[in-house]
Design a protein around this ligand. Sequence first.
Ligand SMILES: Cc1cc2nc3c(=O)[nH]c(=O)nc-3n(C[C@H](O)[C@H](O)[C@H](O)COP(=O)(O)OP(=O)(O)OC[C@H]3O[C@@H](n4cnc5c(N)ncnc54)[C@H](O)[C@@H]3O)c2cc1C
Length: 256
Amino acid sequence: MSAEMEVTAPIRRERSAPKPWQMGKVVELIDETPETRSLRILVPEPSPYTPGQYYNVRLPIEGKPRPIQRAYSLGSSPFPDPSVIEMGIREISDGLISPILVRQIRVGDEIEVRGPFGSFTWTEELGGPVLLVGAGSGVVPLMAMIRYQVEKGTSHKMHLLFSSKSREFVIYREELERLEAKYDWLEVSHTFTRDSQDPAARFHRRIDKDMLAEVSSLFNPKVAYICGPPEVVEGAEEILLELGLPRESVFTEKYD
Ligand SMILES: Cc1cc2nc3c(=O)[nH]c(=O)nc-3n(C[C@H](O)[C@H](O)[C@H](O)COP(=O)(O)OP(=O)(O)OC[C@H]3O[C@@H](n4cnc5c(N)ncnc54)[C@H](O)[C@@H]3O)c2cc1C
């Protein structure tokens, strides 16, 4: 788990020069699940970004000498409009920043953001079929890839294997249902780890080798993107390599 990170300590080592902090304006809040909220933020000087990238957020915290920053993936498509970014944030109840973003921020508030960062990215040039593996809020950057393909009008096969506690904790549930019904290229397989009955899920356990083998056999992925807690990401990555995907075709983002 991440310790408190102050503004002078970068979350990730970046190759490019540091990007400036900007005051983003919260323009919309969407309650996704009991513990997850999407924040849509208008960025005054937006940079182009690629689906899968993240922004940093920093907030002043009482008793702390400097603002505290965290990284949040973007769930929005950068195309056609990169100026309103969307973050999907799950509340860690004893965390410092996420409870404020999920429970206290209101429409019209201004918060400091900077980005984009990261190399966990997909665009149509990489082609498909694409296996997307997400656990909890790890679905956020994968949703950006799906939404981007919708906006671009391309149709590379994408299969999302999405692990959630149960149906009510499925982030973007209605939108995923709608998109899956509309686009032949999208298929979603849910696995519920705390509901062994719900037929809305294809699987009812944690992501494992049999599950990844079954999903992979359906459409023979060329590339895979895995995002979520470090232990889930590392486990799924190892399995996909064992199943024969080349290392350079497996991309990971760990929410540590
Ligand atoms: C690239 C990237 C993208 C991310 N994208 C998302 C996203 O899209 N959505 C999302 O919800 N999250 C995302 N995260 C995770 C996010 O950055 C935060 O880590 C998360 O929101 C928790 O922050 P917090 O301040 O609420 O909790 P923290 O204050 O960081 O606490 C988190 C946990 O660690 C424990 N902890 C804190 N300090 C210590 C310590 N010193 N020793 C031991 N334990 C400690 C706390 O008790 C708590 O359980 C991403 C992370 C990365 C690296």
